[in-house]
Write a protein that binds this ligand. Structure first.
Ligand SMILES: NC(=O)c1ccc[n+]([C@@H]2O[C@H](COP(=O)([O-])OP(=O)(O)OC[C@H]3O[C@@H](n4cnc5c(N)ncnc54)[C@H](OP(=O)(O)O)[C@@H]3O)[C@@H](O)[C@H]2O)c1
Length: 270
């Protein structure tokens, strides 16, 4: 049995949909904080179970009989919360005899700071658990920058950035979910770390691609990150060089190149 947490979220949904193309629905356990939000999966024959990271007993029940577990990291970035939630899940999986845990970690988790430190802590909890595991060090979602909001850049004729010209190796949620599904169903992944990253591009490349796809002039303009509102911290992280290193791990798991910037922009503007 392969179990996935966070199935009502964007990544978990991609994973379960892909698993349904690879293995029988009866071999899939979909774990949701609120199973009523996953009734469509139950209708497709998936075993939908309740599991809340804040409720250890619910996790022990949810993980019963599971061979491989995808632990999707919690979205609660309140300081101190995620390590406890993930620790609850790892302890429950250990108690339930889960054979392997696959964890959606993050880029830089080998020595993460700020909210990335939660992933560093969780990777340590997994090592300490003794349960065979696989780390998916996901880069940031491409959708953070490549989304329908680009229509505003088209209308303004400019794309603002505070990236310092540093490259970005973001990947689409779909590609990251498909890679997770491949790791869940494939052999030889115990004890491995996958640095999941897409092709490198810069915000100036993004402006040029938006211009090409939209057929309207869009120029890149550098501004201080404080002028970018809530997304400014992402630009600061880009400028720090966090996303500058490429990796072929994602395309190896996909068996094809990761989604190109051009295709992502076309989808965002469609
Ligand atoms: N790489 C990136 O750029 C990036 C960006 C954003 C997030 N992330 C991380 O990647 C994870 C998956 O991304 P996503 O886009 O799928 O996030 P998402 O759409 O926000 O989904 C989060 C999932 O976690 C579930 N959840 C929340 N609290 C829970 C709890 N206490 N117990 C059990 N499940 C709980 C949610 O269930 P409900 O439907 O009940 O809320 C939902 O299914 C996020 O949670 C976050 O840790 C990564």
């Amino acid at each position: 049995m392969i179990a996935v947490t966070g199935v009502t979220g964007k990544l978990g949904r991609v994973v379960v949909d892909d698993l349904l193309t690879r293995i029988p629905a009866t071999e899939i356990v979909a774990i949701a904080r609120d199973p009523r939000k996953a009734t469509d999966l139950a209708d497709r024959g998936v075993d939908v179970r309740a599991g809340d990271y804040d409720d250890p007993a619910s996790l022990r029940t949810a993980f019963a009989g599971v061979d491989v577990l995808l632990l999707v990291s919690s979205p609660d970035v309140t300081p101190g919360v995620r390590p406890v939630q993930h620790g609850n899940a790892i302890d429950a999986a250990t108690a339930a005899g889960v054979g392997r845990i696959v964890y959606t970690s993050a880029i830089g988790a080998q020595d993460g700071t700020g909210f990335l430190a939660d992933h560093t802590t969780t990777e340590g909890l997994l090592r300490d658990s003794g349960v065979p595991h696989t780390l998916l060090r996901n880069t940031f979602y491409e959708e953070v920058l490549v989304n329908p909001g680009l229509h505003e850049a088209v209308a303004a004729g400019e794309l603002l950035g505070a990236d310092g010209g540093q490259p970005v190796n973001f990947a689409t949620i779909r590609d990251l979910g498909l890679a997770a599904s491949a790791v869940l169903t494939g052999d030889g992944h115990a004890g491995t770390v996958h640095e999941l990253r897409g092709p490198l591009w810069t915000l100036a490349d993004l402006a040029a691609t938006v211009s090409e796809v939209s057929g309207r002039p869009v120029v890149y303009r550098a501004v201080p990150s404080a002028e970018l509102g809530a997304i400014g911290f992402v630009h600061d992280l880009i400028a720090s060089g966090l996303f500058a290193e490429p990796s072929t791990d994602l395309e190896k798991l996909l068996g094809r190149p990761a989604t190109s910037l051009r295709d992502a922009v076309k989808a965002a503007l469609s």
